[in-house]
Ligand binder design. Structure first.
Ligand SMILES: Cc1ncc(COP(=O)(O)O)c(C=O)c1O
Length: 389
């Protein structure tokens, strides 16, 4: 579809590859590594991201929904796709029809897949170890193992769990260590099988460089399921790993207008000019992923200078005060000039999506995945020329 918008996000696939190489260095050889491309690859474009990583040797890819897997298959993506989010009977049919790998969390799901599998099907089994979300209870490990010894068509490839506090994984007394101990115990029931055990999301992976050699985190070669770190971010408070943000979200000053002291801006008239002001109208709103909580509190960057968001963020627009930008740069007219919402600055360096996360009591995962489907993605980087062909 043609687009006429000047609000868009640039996706730098070379930065994705930089972050991926960090993952593969930490992984070493023979470790299960499954980049997570669910939620449209955290807003970056599942097909482009998955194709790029596939060219770089990734073998497994994680989606949450069957629909996400189907969209990838329909775009021609052939590599192994793991469906993490669960499924019912009809979903099981689709998973098998489109040759995806089910991540199974209940006996019911196991039976749906078994009853429909007429040739060997790879499966991964999820166990609950502390997150209290998805997975078999740990007490069922032996029974599940016995089931697979007898199953005709189901081929067990891995057991897995999900860490609730992955950024504590380097600490001996943390919750992650206790979850990994449980997973190690669960795995011991599956000795006859040659399987992976995967558990590490970005926080867990990034903890590896901090953990002592004696830690359970290092003693087992836990499989990786990196999400956030691929896209250049890491859990708040962790030591910087030099990752590069992949997404730059940009817009433009569509209209510059003068407002006299005392005039108000946007719905509810919550912002009132204390002085004669220059304001900019930016064509991006909460329907694009500009959180409404940024109203009267967030900032964007214009001409290298921070410009405060003024008034309530609307569905399609928000407004900024340009007065400081004009004072600091000496440039009067900002109409049609670029507005950096977050990402790479043209002068070098980054404005982190974490800033909006902090200003909205949110997290970078949510800020990235909130950039909506009506925001066009422009792909950049040498890596893009490789996947285009
Ligand atoms: C099952 C599972 N594994 C891995 C991940 C990736 O986590 P992160 O983005 O923190 O790396 C997620 C994300 O929510 C997940 O649900």
């Amino acid at each position: 579809m043609e687009n006429y918008r000047q609000t868009f996000s640039e996706i730098n696939l070379d930065h994705l590859l930089h972050n991926w190489s960090h993952v593969t260095q930490l992984a070493g050889t023979d470790r299960f590594v499954c980049p997570m491309v669910k939620a449209n690859a955290y807003g970056h474009g599942a097909f482009e991201v998955a194709s790029c990583l596939e060219k770089e040797g990734a073998k497994y890819f994680g989606v949450c929904l069957i629909e996400e897997g189907l969209a990838l298959r329909e775009s021609g993506f052939k590599s192994e796709l793991l469906v993490y989010g669960g499924f019912d009977k009809q979903g099981a049919e689709k998973i098998l029809e489109y040759q995806m790998t089910p991540v199974i969390s209940t006996w019911e799901q196991l039976k749906f897949i078994e009853s429909q599998a007429d040739s060997p099907v790879k499966v991964h089994i999820k166990f609950e170890t502390g997150m209290n979300r998805l997975g078999f209870d740990r007490s069922e490990a032996e029974k599940v193992s016995e089931y697979f010894k007898k199953s005709k068509n189901l081929k067990l490839k891995a057991v897995l769990t999900h860490l609730a506090c992955s950024d504590d994984a380097a600490a001996d007394s943390g919750m992650s260590v206790s979850q990994l101990n449980v997973l190690a115990e669960i795995k011991s029931f599956f000795k006859p099988f040659d399987i992976f055990a995967h558990a590490l999301n970005s926080g867990g992976i990034l903890s590896l460089s901090e953990a002592p050699e004696s830690s359970i985190l290092k003693k087992e070669r836990w499989g990786f399921r990196p999400g956030l770190m691929l896209y250049g971010y890491q859990p708040a408070g962790m030591k910087s790993a030099g990752l590069k943000p992949v997404m730059t979200f940009k817009s433009v000053v569509q209209i510059q207008r003068s407002v006299p002291a005392g005039a108000t801006v946007s719905y509810g008239a919550t912002w009132k000019a204390k002085r004669d002001s220059q304001i900019g109208v930016i064509p991006a709103g909460y329907a694009d992923g500009i959180k409404r909580q940024l109203s009267n509190s967030g900032e964007v960057t214009i001409g290298g200078v921070s410009a405060p968001i003024i008034g309530i963020v609307c569905m399609d627009f928000f407004m900024v005060d340009l007065t400081e930008v004009i004072l600091k740069t000496g440039k009067e007219n900002w109409q049609n000039e670029e507005v950096l919402l977050f990402g790479e600055k043209s002068s070098g360096g980054f404005v982190s999506a974490d800033e909006w996360a902090n200003q909205t009591n949110s997290i970078s995962w949510e800020i990235l995945t909130s950039v909506s489907s009506r925001v066009p993605r422009h792909y950049l980087g040498n890596a893009f020329s490789i996947i285009k062909d």
